[in-house]
Ligand binder design. Structure first.
Ligand code: SIN
Ligand code: CO
Length: 342
């Protein structure tokens, strides 16, 4: 794994950092990293974000967390740290499960509160210190859960691999971006009118009614089906780069291969979402921001696809429909599903 991380850190599209501490001086180097000899000095940590999107083999690490819905899962960050290393005491805004992969590490976790932020390096946000309510040395297989806002600090006891299963929680600004996305498409972008307006005494007065109707205009946009879809698209967005096939495969080819028993599987890190056409939600499959509607009769196939398992003609009892194979073909052409090699 360490070699894999070093390899990933050299790639321009990968979000990687090396944080080191030499005689009390912190240094942060953002990837792509070339000069490992210079950076892997002192107490150092290499952190690679989104490893699940590059390395298929790490998916078993995420499997035990399937009790939490796909849309909440952000990514798997993996870090390698040498004896005595760590990134210092800090606070994250997201839920994280810290899974110890190799070596030993001492984790200290404190209660949420007011802590003074420090920047020992412009790219390193830490806090001054905290009283630990959890103080443990973890070994391979141990998991520490850190909720958002809880300060924590992990000091490596012996060369360590830590898998951070990170969750996302959209803030209102992000939700508003989904709203803007829908309005931008011209959907539900209604304009204020006031045909019922009555005379008022002074022109400078803003009435509570005026403000309430402006708010109501926005509330109606939020309650629209368009916003629901826009939200679902954003919830399924994983920032997975589209690697479309050089030459598109045809629906006929996929249908023939499927009938011949060839298997398909999601590309690394692809996690689909399904909504079932109930209580205002569309009946659709969502993959990395794209949506595919499906008929109720295709439900079993859509579920087999979205489960992330290997998919072939034996996955369901009935034969797949034309529409289902069309969806699969699009997913393959966009690089989200691939031919499965055992
Ligand atoms: C690490 O893996 O070194 C840091 C993870 C974290 O504290 O969020
Ligand atoms: Co953290």
């Amino acid at each position: 794994m360490k070699t894999t991380l070093l390899g990933l850190a050299q790639e321009a599209e990968v979000d990687a950092r090396i944080i080191n501490n030499i005689n009390g001086n912190w240094h942060v180097e953002q990837g792509p990293i070339e000069d490992f000899d210079r950076l892997c000095k002192g107490k150092w940590t290499l952190l690679v974000q989104g490893v699940d999107k590059y390395i298929q083999d790490v998916s078993p690490i995420l499997a035990p967390f399937s009790f939490i819905p796909n849309w909440r899962l952000d990514d798997l960050m993996v870090s390698f740290a040498t004896e005595g290393a760590g990134v210092g005491a800090h606070i994250d805004q997201y839920d994280v499960f810290l899974v110890q992969g190799k070596g030993k590490r001492r984790w200290r976790v404190g209660m949420p509160g007011e802590y003074k932020e420090t920047f020992p390096h412009p790219k390193l946000r830490q806090i001054e210190g905290f009283d630990a309510v959890i103080d443990v040395v973890v070994e391979p297989g141990d998991v520490v859960y850190v909720p958002p806002g809880w300060p924590h600090d992990g000091e490596t006891v012996e060369d360590s691999l830590t898998y951070s299963v990170g969750y996302r929680a959209p803030d209102n600004l992000q939700l508003a971006e989904s709203l803007a996305m829908m309005l931008d498409k011209g959907e539900h972008n209604f304009r204020y009118t006031d045909p019922q307006r009555t005379l008022q005494n002074a022109a400078y007065t803003v009435t509570p009614n005026d403000v309430a109707s402006l708010k109501q205009q926005l509330i109606e946009a939020i309650n629209s089906e368009g916003f629901t879809r826009s939200l679902l698209e954003a919830m399924s967005e994983q920032g997975i780069p589209e690697y479309p096939l050089d030459t598109d495969v045809s629906l006929e080819q996929i249908a023939n291969e499927f009938a011949a028993g060839i298997s398909f599987a999601p590309a690394a890190g692809v996690r689909a979402l399904v909504s079932y056409g109930k209580q205002g939600l569309p009946r659709a499959l969502f993959v990395n921001g794209s949506q595919f509607e499906f008929a109720n009769s295709d439900r079993e196939w859509i579920e087999a696809l979205a489960s992330g398992d290997v998919l072939n003609a034996t996955s369901c009892q009935d034969a797949p429909s034309f529409t289902f194979l069309e969806t699969l073909t699009t997913l393959i052409n966009n690089g989200y599903w691939e031919w499965y090699e055992a």
